[in-house]
Write a new protein. Structure first.
Length: 469
């Protein structure tokens, strides 16, 4: 077999740039063809911007809800005494941080010897990339192996086309210079819930339109119930089992029409109704790559497509659309294609987080898996209301949930609903990944007082049950 030395990568998002770094480390000649900016949507229009905005929202909530801790914010009797936000300044910071992160990635790739071609790439067979250059003209790049990491873009309803002013998708919302008086969020998945949570904290009136019976239908039901209760307590209107039929502009705002005939008037509408993979018109099927329903690239657990020399990573594959998963898919693709040691992708070891307030973090097997008999596990849930650190912080909402195998006590999953759950899930994720038992988790020291103390306590309570499952 001829040695692979030339790697071509379509797309500079997490799947693409992380793959490029691995390939360069292994001595390959690497070319990344990128059109929109290194870091992709994760850095420029999605993860980095949204979590930066959410950081401001968290600060607003901490200030507004710190009364029981003895904190006084203004007089509380006039607008001047309330916590307010300068959205133009917030969004300026958001976009500046995104640009800076993209520039950092570009500098890192440059130091590692990765060549970046600015343009829109397409395949011309399994070993050739044609780049339509940003500055005009074309460049042909001959390669041994290709990684397709072209990402996805917001899905558009024909009856609710974003205009960038009043009807927005999540890539456009950072252009707002003033806080929406009444933001209607269509879609209660992760993106919709995160923005609804953030803008409620920032001070907008928010209506969340959910076609399902609860928010976050893909997440742990107990966690979603807690979050929906918090949303309503903070003044958000949640319309469950309400499907948006269309959105139209008015002289001063928008009107959202529901399929049951109701209408909702607001100042702005954010459409958060899913993503579409960027796989059309880039020569994939002509090169022999199989596309699944919805246009996603079919890949195996080492990121390989139906064509041995073509790999794919990230949102264009539809495999758990997270930046962390995209990055790992890209790394795995390069390790495999360049003959290095590789462990196939294990989705059960992936931890994920919903950056609402409180956050929802999960890893491993789920409550649905247990309820439907897909897996056999014992479950325990401890509310944070009894945790001493939570009491000190004024945290009333949330819980820790662990899943363990009967008999062996092996930890196979967990859920944390809490402030900074994204940080707290790590010990559970580590336990799942290396197959720790509840006894091993319980015998590890935790700081007192700490929220992680509830994780150890849950493991201790499971100790008496695992042998009798």
């Amino acid at each position: 077999m001829a040695r692979v030395t030339r790697i071509g990568i379509l797309g500079g998002g997490p799947g693409g740039y992380e793959a490029a770094l691995v390939a360069a480390q292994l001595g390959a000649e690497v070319t990344v063809v990128d059109r929109d900016g290194l870091g992709g949507s994760a850095v420029l229009t999605d993860c980095v911007p949204s979590k930066t905005l959410i950081a401001t929202a968290e600060a607003m909530t901490d200030a507004a809800e710190s009364g029981e801790l003895g904190v006084r914010v203004g007089s509380g009797h006039s607008p001047e005494g309330q916590v307010t936000v300068d959205l133009a300044r917030v969004n300026a910071r958001v976009t500046a941080l995104a640009r800076a992160q993209s520039e950092d990635i570009a500098a890192r790739l440059g130091r590692e010897g990765v060549r970046v071609v600015r343009g829109a790439g397409r395949l011309d067979g399994p070993s050739r990339i044609v780049a339509a250059l940003v500055e005009g003209g074309e460049e042909v790049v001959e390669v041994d192996n290709v990684l397709v990491a072209t990402g996805a873009h917001p899905r558009v309803m024909p009856t609710a086309v974003p205009d960038g002013e009043r009807i927005l998708n999540w890539e456009q919302i950072y252009s707002l210079e003033a806080l929406p008086e009444h933001l209607i969020v269509v879609g209660s998945g992760v993106t919709g819930a995160e923005f609804a949570s953030a803008y409620t904290a920032l001070g907008s009136e928010v209506t969340l339109v959910s076609s399902r019976d609860r928010v976050l239908p893909g997440e742990d039901a107990d966690a979603a119930t807690v979050l929906e209760g918090v949303f309503k307590r903070r003044g958000m209107t949640v319309l469950s089992q309400s499907r948006a039929q269309g959105v139209r502009r008015t002289a001063s705002g928008v009107v959202v029409s529901l399929d049951d005939g109701r209408t909702i008037e607001g100042s702005h509408c954010l459409m958060a109704v899913g993503s579409v993979p960027n796989t059309e018109g880039i020569g994939l099927e002509e090169a022999g790559v199989r596309l699944a329903k919805g246009g996603y690239v079919e890949v195996d657990r080492v990121s390989r497509t139906a064509v041995p020399s073509i790999y794919a990573a990230g949102d264009c594959t539809g495999v758990l659309m997270l930046a962390s998963v995209a990055a790992m898919q890209g790394r795995i693709a390069m390790w495999h294609s360049l003959g290095d040691a590789v462990t196939p992708l294990n989705l059960r070891a992936v931890s994920s987080n919903v950056f609402t307030d409180p956050e929802i973090a999960t890893v491993g097997w789920t409550q649905t898996d247990v309820d439907e008999g897909t897996t056999d596990a014992l479950v325990i849930k401890l509310p944070l209301a009894t945790n001493p650190r939570a009491k000190m912080q004024g945290t009333h909402d949330g819980f820790v949930k662990l899943f363990a195998r009967p008999g062996s006590g092996t930890v196979v999953g967990g859920v944390v609903v809490a402030p900074r759950a994204s940080e707290l899930i790590f010990p559970v994720a580590l336990a799942v990944d290396v197959r720790l038992t509840v006894d091993q988790l319980a015998h590890s020291f935790t700081v007192y007082p700490s929220i992680t103390g509830s994780i150890a306590e849950a493991a201790r309570q499971l100790h008496t049950r695992v042998g009798h499952g």
